[in-house]
Design a protein around this ligand. Structure first.
Ligand SMILES: *[C@@H]1O[C@H](CO)[C@@H](O)[C@H](O)[C@H]1NC(C)=O
Length: 168
């Protein structure tokens, strides 16, 4: 019975464990914002900086990767902005990230509402595959247009010729 309760608690436990501190009203601590430099779609080997911006000065920041309950990176900075450096990223580092911030008077396990998720895509195939696919699509669309044009041209011709042939 106790085991079932514990399991239920575990599944209900949110990613950022805000419920462990009822003294923290989540509404007055809005979610932070997470952004990526130079971009969210990069080639492997690029140094990516993830910036977490809190709506008010915080004390510590945590970067989470989706599917993992423990913070991936922690930063203790008493400001509104924290930077997380992902050096020379690999495709495995691609995925969904979000960040949270903590205030000095909160317990260490207490985090703000999570930011919106940021999707990082690390691929060397950025985009050239997409370009090729798009070129193939454009080519096919062009072929269809040309075929239609040819059909219409033939149709016009046969219509122009038909009355001429009927005339005496
Ligand atoms: C990434 O950062 C490391 C350490 O700061 C640096 O040595 C390396 O040259 C950087 N790589 C690129 C591709 O900018």
């Amino acid at each position: 019975m106790a085991l079932v309760l514990i399991l239920q608690l575990l599944t209900l436990w949110p990613l950022c464990h805000t419920d462990s501190a009822p003294s923290v009203p989540p509404a007055s601590y809005p979610k932070p914002w997470l952004g990526a430099q130079p971009a969210t779609v990069v080639t492997p080997g690029v140094n990516v900086t993830l910036r977490c911006r809190a709506p008010q000065p915080a004390w510590r920041f945590a970067l989470f990767k989706s599917g993992e309950t423990d913070p991936l990176l922690l930063r203790e900075v008493s400001s509104e902005l924290a930077e997380f450096f992902l050096e020379e990223v690999t495709p495995a580092q691609g995925g969904s990230y979000h960040c949270c911030y903590g205030k000095p008077d909160w317990a260490p396990s207490v985090w703000s509402q999570p930011s919106d998720a940021l999707e990082l895509l690390v691929t060397d195939s950025s985009s050239s595959d997409y370009t090729r696919e798009n070129l193939v699509r454009l080519g096919l669309a062009g072929l269809v247009l040309i075929s239609l044009g040819v059909l219409v041209a033939f149709d016009c011709r046969s219509q122009n010729h038909a009355p001429a042939g009927v005339r005496p």
